[in-house]
Design a binder for this molecule. Structure first.
Ligand SMILES: Nc1ncnc2c1ncn2[C@@H]1O[C@H](COP(=O)(O)OP(=O)(O)O)[C@@H](O)[C@H]1O
Ligand SMILES: [Mg+2]
Length: 549
């Protein structure tokens, strides 16, 4: 208010604004609600969620990031937690639930500290210090894993797949993932890299999950265009064309007046000549296989078949790119320009019946790093879930090879972090010490939740776990099947270190960012839709309240 009593309005009418602790608590409540929504899925004994969208489509999954992508989240702070899950998924393909649960827990602890009048910037500072220390602790407990240690890599893949519904077949899928990733892994200098784009994933409904296999080459989900074409070509010369093998139709309506039958004959003859010339161009380049991104005229198909060329039409652009990369060929846009240099090579091109459809296989490609995983399964839902599992398995194996380090799971590494932080906190002192201790408590939420989801007593389990670690059993974790604390190295519950470090990084980032907000200014948009009695009360930011799920 200024003297005279007229308030100065700097914000547009209808803008909602919330400041101070109210804004903080509201944001924290929303973020915690998101974490609570996925908490019950954590671990091998976590439950699944059935998500029904507005059209009635159903997704049943246990995958943190899939759940959060499917549900329609509105609150801005809640959306930041969804980002945490997405980042985690992109960076390592696993640990999404862990990262979100950790972020929620960090905020819950922060809220308690804010209530005790610890300033959010102090908490943020303490959390940052704790995150650095936590990463250090993980490195200390980590163990080496190399690209030649096939069994360990398989164990890592199996751990990532255990909570998925395809887990009954995880042994086979782990074999597939490890085989594929090892084949594309490359050592550049003294660093390993895995370009997962080299692995093509093709789904074909039918058969059963154990039929899922690695194919060394590229699979194109198309059959040859003409039954008169050879079904298999050895040492193929492959042309990749991005233009139709058809006579161009005019863009505008044209009428051709034909007054006697010989003209019609000539007209048709000319069309035939054009197609004939196209096929000759292909033949002259030396190609005996054509992948065409556009259509191929019936007559051209006939000519190609007569020349003994294997041709496929309407190939997806992404497949064309894969073929180019795999066979060393070049995609040509003008057929006239097709020459010998543009052709790609492989050992074999053939058609094979998979399920009800025929597919084209290009195997033994010039680039040996090009390969495919052909996913099979009884129904569409199964094939989709197997795909998610295989992608996760590929990612963790790739990341393990790249970093060369792994940690043990089942809450064992989390407990080591908590212990390291509790030792570190007093050396820092001041108010940051409290924040670092709060971080340690938050990390323990991982073993606590694993125990809860397994139907174990969380307090007893945590005490027992802590005791074993204090005795120096660094790999002691929760055996969620027996309820005992056992050695996770023996249980082969292994994870790449990046799953842990990334979860710490993104959870800390999100928590700190949300904590530092003390003013929320929202443009007039959708009407606020607070649940009755939800956090923030009237004038809140709209969105969700705790326990909405
Ligand atoms: N056999 C097992 N015994 C105990 N804990 C396990 C086992 N397999 C995986 N875990 C733990 O389960 C957690 C991962 O659960 P998951 O549902 O896959 O969530 P996320 O999305 O975080 O990967 C990790 O803490 C991991 O160590
Ligand atoms: Mg997982």
């Amino acid at each position: 208010m200024i003297p005279g009593g007229t308030p100065i309005l700097v914000l547009k009418e209808g803008t909602r604004r919330e400041r101070g602790k109210g804004a903080q608590f509201n944001n924290i409540a929303a973020a915690k609600a998101v974490a609570d929504s996925v908490r019950s899925t954590l671990g091998p004994r976590g439950m699944d969620k059935m998500l029904v969208d507005s059209l009635g489509d159903v997704v049943i999954t246990n995958d943190g990031v899939t759940i959060l992508k499917e549900i329609d989240i509105e609150h801005p702070a809640a959306k930041m937690l969804v980002e945490v899950a997405k980042t985690q998924d992109e960076e390592c393909g696993d640990g999404t639930t862990t990262a979100v649960v950790l972020a929620g827990e960090l905020l819950k602890k922060a809220e308690e500290l804010v209530e005790q009048n610890v300033h959010p910037t102090v908490i943020a500072q303490g959390y940052r210090m704790a995150a650095d220390k936590a990463r250090e602790a993980l490195l200390k407990v980590s163990q080496k894993v190399s690209s030649t240690e096939i069994q360990k890599l398989k164990d890592i893949a199996m751990t990532a797949m255990i909570s998925k519904s395809a887990s009954a077949h995880r042994k086979h899928l782990a074999d597939v993932a490890v085989k594929a990733v090892r084949a594309v892994a490359e050592k550049v200098g003294d660093k390993w890299t895995v370009d997962q784009d080299n692995i093509q994933i093709t789904k074909k409904q039918g058969g059963s999950i154990p039929d899922t296999e690695v194919v060394e080459g590229v699979i194109v989900d198309k059959e040859r265009v003409h039954p008169g074409m050879p079904i298999q070509i050895k040492d193929p010369k492959i042309a990749l064309v991005d233009t139709a093998l058809e006579v161009k139709k005019t863009e505008f309506d044209a009428r051709i007046e034909i007054s006697d039958p010989s003209q019609l004959q000539a007209f048709l003859q000319e069309e035939e000549n054009i197609l004939r010339r196209m096929v000759d161009t292909v033949k002259e380049s030396g190609a005996n296989v054509v992948f065409c991104q556009k259509g191929i005229d019936d007559l051209a198909q006939h000519f190609l078949a007569k020349e003994g060329v294997y041709a496929v039409r309407r190939v997806k652009k992404s497949d064309m790119e894969k073929l180019a990369k795999a066979t060393g060929g070049r995609v040509v846009t003008k057929l006239d320009e097709l020459s010998k240099e543009d052709l790609g090579s492989a050992k074999e091109v053939y058609e094979k019946k998979i399920g009800d459809d025929k597919m084209t296989f290009v195997t033994g490609c010039k680039n040996p790093k090009a390969l495919s995983i052909l996913i099979r399964g009884g129904t569409e839902h199964v094939v989709d879930e197997v795909e998610r599992s295989v992608i996760d398995a590929d990612s963790v194996v790739a990341v393990a090879i790249e970093d060369g380090k792994m940690i043990t799971g089942g809450g064992s590494s989390a407990m080591e972090i908590a212990i390291a932080l509790r030792g570190y906190a007093p050396t820092v002192g001041g108010r940051e010490q409290i924040a670092i201790e709060a971080f340690a408590d938050a990390v323990e939420a991982i073993p606590r939740t694993l125990a809860e989801n397994a139907g174990l007593d969380p307090i007893d389990t945590l005490i027992d776990l802590r005791k074993q670690h204090k005795r120096g059993k660094k790999n002691a974790g929760i055996n969620v099947f027996t309820g005992k604390i056992t050695d996770m190295l023996n249980e082969k519950v292994l994870e790449p270190i990046r799953v842990g470090t990334q979860a710490i990084d993104s959870a800390t980032d999100a928590a700190v960012m949300i904590l530092r907000i003390d003013d929320v200014i929202a443009a007039k948009g959708r009407p606020p839709e607070m649940p009755p009695g939800g956090p923030g009360g009237p004038g809140g930011m709209g969105g969700m309240g705790e326990g909405e799920f």
